[in-house]
Design a protein around this ligand. Sequence first.
Ligand SMILES: CC(=O)SCCNC(=O)CCNC(=O)[C@H](O)C(C)(C)COP(=O)(O)OP(=O)(O)OC[C@H]1O[C@@H](n2cnc3c(N)ncnc32)[C@H](O)[C@@H]1OP(=O)(O)O
Ligand SMILES: CC(C)C(=O)C(=O)O
Length: 519
Amino acid sequence: MSATTQSNKDRVFIFDTTLRDGEQSPGATMTLEEKLQVAETLDDMGVDIIEAGFPIASNGDFEAVVAVAKHVKRATVAGLARAITADIDRAGEAVRHARRGRIHTFVSTSPIHLAHQMKKTEDEVIEIIARTVAQARNLVDDVEWSAMDATRTPIEFLKRCVDTAIKAGATTINLPDTVGYAVPDEHFRMFKEIIGSVPNADKAIFSVHCHNDLGMAVANSLAGVAGGARQIECTINGLGERAGNAALEEVVMALRTRADAMPYYTEIETTHLSRASRIVAAASNFPVQYNKAIVGKNAFAHESGIHQDGMLKNAETYEIMTPASVGIKETTLVMGKHSGRAAFKDKLRELGYELGDNAFQEAFQRFKDLADRKKHVYDADIIALVDDEVGSAGDRIKLVDMEVVSKTGGVHSCTMTLSVDGEESTVTYDGTGSVDAIFSAIKQAVGQQPHLVLYAVDGVTGGTDAQASAHVRLELNGRIASGNAAEPDTLVASARAYLNAFNRVMIERGAAAQGAMAG
Ligand SMILES: CC(=O)SCCNC(=O)CCNC(=O)[C@H](O)C(C)(C)COP(=O)(O)OP(=O)(O)OC[C@H]1O[C@@H](n2cnc3c(N)ncnc32)[C@H](O)[C@@H]1OP(=O)(O)O
Ligand SMILES: CC(C)C(=O)C(=O)O
């Protein structure tokens, strides 16, 4: 069954060319296995036509088109061919294995291409179109003809070409914006004019094929549809020659989300989009940019407090599509320096914490300080921070300020200001290393000499900006207590863990910090 017979007035056919134009991106070459996986994904998703390759290009491309043709269950499988007898025969040979095969043949129509690439006159091109489309039509029922560089072709000549192709048997007419030159309004008018004035235009489906050189591939594709086109040629992740093609996920979701403004529809199962994007990114080795529409890592992620607050109240405040509609499990509220209290409270609830007002305000302040210093604040950071906050909430001896000077082969000295029950004082102490100087300074300040049973430091997460989680166990007069602290700075974490243990060992003695702050 050809696209023509499937047609319905508002139905837009999705022609995916990830395996052909997408693979033309330098570096995006895929293996046969990868192509089959991509084709299967596209087929499952409801893509109408899969352009599987350019069979004359190489034996590998021919084999890939044959394999995809045999493998695909539902979609039409197309093979590309120049307006050359051998190309068309080779494409016909490849797509005959498909349940529905299409030959997609193309020739240049713009003056610059005719003069410099093809070295043909307009009349010669008309003769080529008539002959090659007829040849393709003798091989298969479903023939697409493309006017390469249509958007830089004089409209009257383009009409002659289209008329010739349809008369010769083309069932789909594609007017590509080969070099990404068009602007939406002009694209709309080109389709409107051609479809409205070529006498046999109703015998074919018109198609858009837009490149993204000026970032307008999706806008131009949609303008073409408004002008009467009913097939969009596109690729997953917008992969394709130079700046790429129109992204399939974007055109499909634009049509779905703004059906009020664009009353057209596709048969794509949109919940497959995210998976398809991941598969193509892996197969082509082209990572998807974080802020890519629909499938980028940040497409459904919010970090700023005002947006997070809105999202928690009603997701429609800042999301025009649901993540589930494109196959993403859920929205992520990323905790960072732009987050506010609403999101922080929600995150704490998710992590199982209910803090009182004061503890919450203190934890929030520490979270903000941490986020200022750290690129990514992970759940583990927040857990460490809150445990630390909760664990040291009753501490009477607190670290106010600390400066450590360390010299290779020289002295290590620590100047520290501590507060005991709100009263501050400062001491300086030297040690055999930085940590030794810190712990000695604390002992001197507090006027007690506990025995250090354990000292250990771990990274809360990975990376050089990860928080250090320090653990200290002290023994004083037969009592043992442990303390923990998490900080981006290992030495500060160590000092705070030591103080935390010190506070506990004191409390256990029943006379917190009695006689402390000797210095
Ligand atoms: C806009 C597009 O995306 S078009 C598709 C682009 N994709 C590719 O080119 C990928 C696959 N291509 C290839 O493997 C090779 O280019 C081949 C096998 C097609 C041709 O290889 P070669 O015979 O070595 O030719 P080469 O690539 O050097 O030049 C292309 C030739 O095709 C001609 N040509 C280009 N488009 C067409 C066309 N639509 N119809 C007829 N001839 C064409 C050119 O004028 C040139 O002919 P010339 O050698 O007589 O000057
Ligand atoms: C072969 C055609 C459809 C093409 O890829 C283009 O013109 O960009």
